[in-house]
Design a protein around this ligand. Structure first.
Ligand code: HEM
Length: 148
C-alpha cells in the first residue's frame, strides 16, 4: 500500500515536472515570448533603421534632431512593450495625433510592414509570434494612414 502510494506520488511529480514548463510557456505574454525589453529595443532599432533607409519612407524622418529621434525611438519601444503585454507604460501621443498631417499613404504603410517583417525575420522571431506582432499593429493602419 505504502509502495503504491509512493509510486503514485512519483508519477504525479513527473507529470507536473513535464507539464509545468509547457503551461508556463503557453501562458507567457507576447512580450516575454519575444525575449523581453532588450529584444523589443533591438527590434525597434532595426525597424526604425530600415524605415530611415527605405526610399519609400525615409522622407518622414528627415529634419529631426538626434535628440528628437531618440525620444521617438524610446516612445516606439515603450509602445511595443506595452502593446505586447510588457511592464512598460506608454506616455507618448496616441497614434492618430502622432501621425496626423504626415500624409502617410497606403504604399508607405505597406513598405513599413515589409520593413517590420524583415526585422522580425532577421531576429528569427517564430511564425506564431511574428503573426501576433503583425496582428497587434494591423488595426493601427486606420489611425496612421491618411492618404488613400
Ligand atoms: C507600424 C506601425 C507604427 C507604429 C506602432 C508607430 C509608432 C509610433 C510612435 C509610438 C511614435 C511616437 C509618438 C510620440 O512621440 O508621441 C511614432 C512617431 C512617428 N512615426 Fe510612427 N508608427 C507606426 C507607423 C509609422 C509609419 C508607417 C510611418 C511613416 C512611414 C511613421 C512615421 C512616424 C514619424 C515621422 C513619427 C514622428 C512624429 C513626430 O514626432 O512628429 N510611423 N510612431
Amino acid at each position: 500500500m505504502v509502495r503504491k502510494f509512493a509510486l503514485l506520488c512519483l508519477a504525479l511529480v513527473l507529470v507536473c515536472a513535464v507539464a509545468a514548463p509547457v503551461f508556463a510557456q503557453s501562458g507567457d505574454s507576447l512580450y516575454k515570448r519575444l525575449g523581453g525589453y532588450d529584444a523589443i529595443a533591438a527590434v525597434t532599432d532595426d525597424f526604425i533603421g530600415r524605415l530611415i533607409a527605405d526610399p519609400q519612407t525615409s522622407k518622414f524622418f528627415l529634419g529631426f534632431s538626434h535628440d528628437s529621434k531618440k525620444r521617438i525611438r524610446q516612445h516606439v519601444v515603450d509602445f511595443l512593450c506595452q502593446a505586447t503585454g510588457g511592464p512598460c507604460v506608454y506616455t507618448g501621443r496616441d497614434m492618430k495625433t502622432a501621425h496626423a498631417g504626415s500624409k502617410i499613404s497606403e504604399a508607405d504603410w505597406d513598405a513599413s510592414i515589409k520593413d517590420l517583417t524583415a526585422t522580425l525575420d532577421k531576429f528569427k522571431v517564430p511564425a506564431k509570434e511574428k503573426g501576433e506582432v503583425l496582428n497587434a499593429l494591423g488595426p493601427l493602419k486606420n489611425d496612421i494612414v491618411t492618404v488613400h
